[in-house]
Design a protein around this ligand. Structure first.
Ligand code: 2P0
Length: 320
């Protein structure tokens, strides 16, 4: 982005998002350009609030949930490298970054998407750039791919684009809404994963022959999801999202060394979902690069799901 002199502190919020058609694999690792288009739903009030303020220092300070991050930590380095994109004409500037996630840590949800989206909005404001939401989405993508979807509420498609410079690879908000759509965050295990998404998708792309079929699966799923959203066909939405997630995990498992993010509790939860569905409850799941499940259901099923999964954290992104 073009840079101006930052004069003010700035603070912004961005929602976390859950992909129904997953982003898995990059065609450009520097620019976070994806192999496939993806589609997510933003989690309304759950996400990150990020504040930036200029400080008199030679280096940035990064605070996450009230804890100062060591300057050489992976997170602080990524944040600093991201700020570099904005301060290219003012290399002398340093910032204190405060990012707070209101996502229940118990939910085991990644925060990089909402964090980089909120940071992008805060830096845009601090530098007085006046970027459009689409330009902010392009910028956020450079911090973390999935962050480009967190610039928007509701259903968001990340259009992969065709340009080498990535300027056409960003989130686009879909018109359609879905009142009553529920996402249940089901915690299985909240310990830190040993292989992050960035390394995991790279390993998959480089070592799994099965990955060759992934772009075809994702393209087919994306258009079926668009159809499901257009016609409010919940069984189609849920079944496509679940199959898409399991297809992604199949490519991970087929990598070498193998990547299996599931814990025994993940498999038990999947089997419980399948059993409930066989008994007539319309519930599906999706999973990301971790052991936790995200349940998909409609508001009418909410009491039944709350009874089956005590402590389930439920979000209704489009209200009742
Ligand atoms: C997704 N994930 O679509 C997929 C599903 C994880 C599994 O986007 O390297 O943290 O920063 O671009 O965005 C997580 O990947 O990876 C992710 P980078 P990112 O939600």
């Amino acid at each position: 982005p073009e840079t101006a002199t930052p004069k003010v502190s700035a603070e912004h919020f961005a929602p976390s998002n859950i992909a129904l058609c997953k982003y898995w694999g990059k065609r450009d690792t520097e620019l976070n350009l994806p192999v496939n288009a993806s589609l997510s739903v933003s989690l309304d009030q759950l996400g990150s609030r990020t504040r930036v303020e200029p400080i008199e220092s030679v280096s940035d300070e990064v605070w996450l949930n009230g804890m100062r991050q060591p300057a050489d930590s992976r997170f602080a380095s990524r944040v600093s490298a991201f700020i570099d994109l904005f301060r290219s004409r003012h290399p002398e500037l340093a910032f204190r970054v405060h990012s707070v996630n209101n996502i229940p840590t118990a939910a085991g949800l990644a925060s990089s998407a909402s964090g980089f989206a909120a940071l992008t909005k805060a830096l845009d404001d601090a530098f007085g750039l006046g970027l459009s939401p689409t330009q902010q989405s392009v910028a956020a993508r450079l911090g973390s791919g999935s962050a480009c979807r967190s610039l928007f509420d509701g259903f968001v498609e990340w259009q992969m684009g065709v340009r080498e410079d990535g300027l056409d690879s960003h989130g686009v908000r879909l018109e359609q809404t879905w009142p009553g759509l529920c996402i249940g965050l089901l915690k299985v295990d909240e310990s830190e994963k040993s292989v992050d998404s960035r390394a995991g998708m790279q390993r998959t792309k480089e070592t799994a022959h099965l990955y060759q079929s992934w772009p075809l699966q994702a393209a087919a799923d994306l258009s079926r999801l668009q159809q499901a959203i257009e016609t409010r066909d919940f069984a189609l939405l849920g079944s496509v999202a679940e199959q898409n997630a399991l297809s992604m995990h199949a490519t991970m498992i087929a990598s070498w060394p193998p990547l299996l993010y599931w814990q025994p509790g993940s498999v038990a939860a999947m089997q419980k979902v399948w059993r409930l569905r066989a008994e007539g409850l319309a519930v599906y799941f999706t999973m990301d690069a971790g052991p936790n499940l995200k349940l998909l259901f409609e508001a009418a099923s909410r009491p039944a799901l709350e009874a089956q999964f005590p402590g389930l954290e439920i979000v209704q992104p489009f209200g009742v």
